[in-house]
Ligand binder design. Structure first.
Ligand SMILES: Nc1ncnc2c1ncn2[C@@H]1O[C@H](COP(=O)(O)OP(=O)(O)O)[C@@H](O)[C@H]1O
Ligand SMILES: Nc1ccn([C@@H]2O[C@H](COP(=O)(O)OP(=O)(O)O)[C@@H](O)[C@H]2O)c(=O)n1
Length: 247
């Protein structure tokens, strides 16, 4: 077992010495996290870190943890939090960007605590791709990426883990007002319309009291918010004003 001073030295080497912005991207298996992340990368310049891909790369690298990670993934179980958190932090340290999408992370409360303890980072917001289970199963079974865990038996187990461990985190972020929920059962482009509106609103902060153009930005974004049912992050007065004007 690692001595405490040795562990502290490792933890210190994993500290992140730059100001970064993090968005957690959550959703069940096949909800479209990877698909939407690559579109967000193209349009908004984030770096996409997929927890599953980092783990699969670790397995391929033949590291000492590789066999254990491989077995857990094939059973649809979660890997120990310190393993995935260290991979994420290392990837952040090695990347020359200040905006990150963490796809498939956190998966449970323990993941979140381990990440917070090590990095002291809070996500700017949490994007949640909300999709019915039968649609997700259909997508995963036709994904064709040669993933050993994309078989019906393991998929069912992954769904149970999602319901039991990840959904409580989704509720937690909703209660903190940080959740941006999107209906992910639509086409890729329709889902991205909603996603784009959410990210646009965090990049540009128009001031409606200044002049008409600013209001127009809000006004056109509002159509997207309606589709995404994610209007809870608009300032309250503006939301009620838009409701009066548009409805
Ligand atoms: N909105 C969508 N409609 C139909 N198929 C989709 C949609 N989004 C993603 N897919 C497809 O579903 C599969 C799972 O998507 P993926 O992005 O890999 O999900 P996740 O990363 O959440 O597991 C992929 O084959 C992808 O091309
Ligand atoms: N934070 C995480 C993320 C993924 N994983 C593991 O990686 C597997 C695949 O995750 P993924 O995000 O690539 O795939 P989806 O289940 O979202 O399709 C999970 O079923 C877990 O075994 C984990 O243990 N901890």
């Amino acid at each position: 077992m690692m001595g405490s001073s040795n562990k502290e030295a490792v933890d210190a080497s994993l500290q992140i010495h730059k100001q970064i912005k993090v968005v957690f991207v959550m959703g069940g298996p096949g909800s479209g996290k990877g698909t939407q992340c690559s579109k967000i990368v193209q349009e908004f310049g984030y770096t996409h870190l997929s927890a599953g891909d980092l783990l699969r790369d670790e397995v391929k690298s033949g590291s000492e943890n590789g066999a254990m990670i491989h077995d857990l993934m094939n059973e649809g179980k979660l890997v120990a939090s310190d393993v995935i958190v260290r991979l994420i932090v290392k990837a952040i340290q090695e990347t020359d960007n200040d905006k990150f999408l963490l796809d498939g992370f956190p998966r449970n409360e323990d993941n979140l605590k381990a990440f917070e303890n090590l990095t002291k980072i809070e996500p700017d917001f949490v994007l949640y791709l909300d999709c019915p289970e039968e649609e997700m199963i259909k997508r995963v079974l036709s994904r064709n990426q040669g993933r050993e865990d994309d078989n019906i038996e393991t998929i069912r187990k992954r769904f149970r883990v999602f319901e039991e461990s990840t959904l409580p985190l989704v509720d937690y972020y909703a209660s903190k007002g940080k959740l941006r929920r999107v209906d992910a059962a639509r086409s890729v482009e329709e889902v991205f319309e909603s996603v784009r509106a959410i990210f646009s609103s965090t990049e540009v902060r128009p001031r409606p009291d200044r002049h008409c153009n600013c209001f127009c930005k809000y006004s056109s974004s509002f159509a997207h918010y309606e589709v995404s049912t994610s209007i809870d992050f608009l300032p309250f007065q503006l939301t009620s004003f838009l409701k009066r004007v548009h409805v």
